[in-house]
Design a protein around this ligand. Structure first.
Ligand code: MN
Length: 320
């Protein structure tokens, strides 16, 4: 889609709101905060309106404290819609939660999910991009914006997150070139890596311990492994604001090609899925009402932990 149209949408708006998907990750937050910082420097009025809270380990990023959480329709209703709402790293309107209600005026959708349904008035969607921040960088350059070190920190956070620290199959020459470009803006990559990777809350460490205890290899297809946490397990762990990494535990087991992680949440189960190429869990997530990428996807399925696990495993066995 047109970079020029996206740049025009930004240049013609003075009052802008920026948002990302529910349970935002390093890419969504990085993309939003990079836009926030740069558009402010360009003289725009910018608000960061997110549908849910952000993992506290990202609090080192500039603008983090400006993020307002609109996690209910009542809260969203009290907010004045902006001239332009920019959504980053989000595949569809439903994933914007209560913030979707602020879609009154123009909506610019910047995303790289292949499942993106072009819900914006202007859609900058590139499934070939490894992360949204790589697209945001291109757009900011197109707008003639100056990128400072703190903005590059945000962009790098998205890159590190969505490439699994340069380890996922989307880690291309373009990705390394982008990393080099960001180094050129003066970022301290090692310091950011440390904050993103080696900083963990006690609750998350406890969750890792439980994940290892619960890890189950599928008896029918031993290349599938994963674990399930009940609501009671989750309550015992304490506050965890980033569940994303736990799925790497079953995935890291030798011989495993497809990993799953299930979390009971009310009368639904949240499913995270990962696979090694050529296996594609994205199709399974889509079939169950979710979305994401071919090798990293997720869905929320109504039902009990046992029933959802049964259905999910039946589908995963079909793809390996
Ligand atoms: Mn992303």
């Amino acid at each position: 889609m047109s970079l020029a149209a996206a740049a025009a949408a930004i240049s013609s708006a003075t009052n802008i709101a920026i948002t990302t998907h529910i349970n935002p990750d390093g890419d969504g937050v990085g993309a939003a905060l990079a836009l926030n910082r740069t558009l402010r420097a360009m003289g725009k009025q910018v608000r960061l309106l997110f549908p849910s809270t952000v993992a506290s380990h990202l609090d080192f990023l500039p603008g983090f404290k400006r993020i307002a959480v609109l996690d209910s329709e009542a809260k969203a209703r009290r907010v004045k819609p902006a001239e332009l709402l920019i959504s980053v790293d989000c595949g569809d309107l439903a994933r914007l939660g209560a913030v979707a209600a602020l879609r009154r005026n123009k909506l610019l959708n910047i995303d790289h999910h292949s499942s993106n349904d072009r819900f914006g008035d202007c859609n900058l969607v590139d499934p070939a991009a490894a992360c949204t921040t790589i697209m945001v960088h291109k757009l900011l350059k197109r707008c003639g914006a100056a990128i400072d070190t703190a903005t590059a920190d945000c962009l790098y956070t998205g890159l590190v997150f969505d490439t699994g620290r340069f380890m996922h199959s989307n880690t291309s020459a373009t990705v390394f070139r982008f990393a080099a470009t960001l180094m050129g803006y003066g970022i301290d990559a090692a310091a950011i890596n440390r904050k993103l990777t080696y900083t963990m809350s006690p609750a998350l460490l406890k969750a890792q311990k439980l994940a290892i205890e619960r890890l189950t290899v599928d008896t029918t297809k031993p290349s599938i492994a994963g674990m399930a946490f009940s609501q009671r397990d989750i309550a015992k762990l304490g506050e965890i604001d980033d569940w994303g990494e736990l799925i790497e535990i079953p995935r890291s087991l030798r011989g495993v090609e497809v990993a799953y992680f299930l979390r009971e949440h009310g009368d639904c189960v949240r499913c995270s899925l990962r696979s090694n190429p050529p296996y594609a869990v994205g199709t399974v997530a889509s079939a169950l009402g979710g979305g994401g990428h071919a090798q990293a996807a997720g869905c929320t399925v109504p039902g009990t932990l046992a029933s959802v696990k049964r259905e999910l495993l039946a589908r995963l066995r079909q793809i390996v």
